[in-house]
Design a protein around this ligand. Structure first.
Ligand code: B16
Ligand code: MG
Length: 210
């Protein structure tokens, strides 16, 4: 029986895709590296350093770990300034309805995100007091598709992974959910994943499971 739902943040609750794109594009241009929306798409759900390594696949010279850290810091500083533009209006469709309904039914809710900026983002969109627990990129060293962030969320909730469902928009997140032995609910792009247990075009359709 599903007792808790763990929501991915970026792409499920709010879309920060374009803000990540702008910030990574700034880095890529500065370094003379080709970067476009197709490459940006591969960064969904992937940690900051893993994202940088994907971008550097197109670089013409090798980068030291120190140089990489510097680039990731510049990217993040820029990205954080862009986050200031987010407001509650950016909450994605159906999110408030789904959260309210799950709460009424006594289902626990948590966030399981790769982002180290999770708390900042939730504050910007006015959902910082909404979730029972938050597990994010600051809680784990191995990012999705490893199951760590979802297992951490389940642990914080005090609920067995088998009784948790994950809502994800990225293939890496669906893989992470299945590795954690959780029910995987796919929305958006993740619906392409063969591993998902359920696929919904609209988030509200997941309420049929409760
Ligand atoms: P940060 P999610 C992920 O969030 C984003 O989808 C991904 O594009 C980003 O690289 C990652 O967070 C790390 O974000 O640089 O803020 O720590 O989809 O797991 O909620
Ligand atoms: Mg996501």
């Amino acid at each position: 029986m599903i007792q808790a739902v763990i929501f991915d943040l970026d792409g499920v609750i709010v879309s920060t895709d374009e803000l990540h794109y702008k910030a990574w594009k700034y880095i890529a241009d500065q370094e003379g590296i080709y970067f476009d929306h197709v490459i940006n798409h591969r960064l969904r759900g992937v940690s900051r350093m893993d994202s940088l390594n994907i971008i550097l696949e197109k670089a013409s010279k090798p980068y030291t770990e120190e140089e990489k850290l510097k680039l990731a810091t510049i990217k993040n500083d820029y990205y954080v300034t862009l986050l200031a533009s987010l407001t509650p209006k950016d909450i994605l469709e159906d999110v408030n309805l789904v959260i309210d309904t799950l709460k009424q039914k006594g289902i626990k809710i948590a966030i399981g995100s790769s982002s180290k900026n999770t708390k900042k983002i939730l504050k910007q969109i006015g959902l910082d007091q909404t979730f029972d627990e938050i597990a994010d990129g600051n809680d784990v060293t191995r990012s999705k598709p490893e199951p760590d962030v979802f297992l951490k969320a389940a642990k914080k909730l005090g609920i067995d992974p088998e009784n948790c469902a994950v809502v994800e928009d990225a293939e890496a997140g669906i893989l992470a959910a299945k590795q954690a032995k959780m029910t995987a609910i796919a929305v958006s792009d993740a619906r392409k994943s063969h591993l998902a247990d359920y696929r919904f075009e609209q988030l509200r359709k997941m309420l049929a499971l409760f």
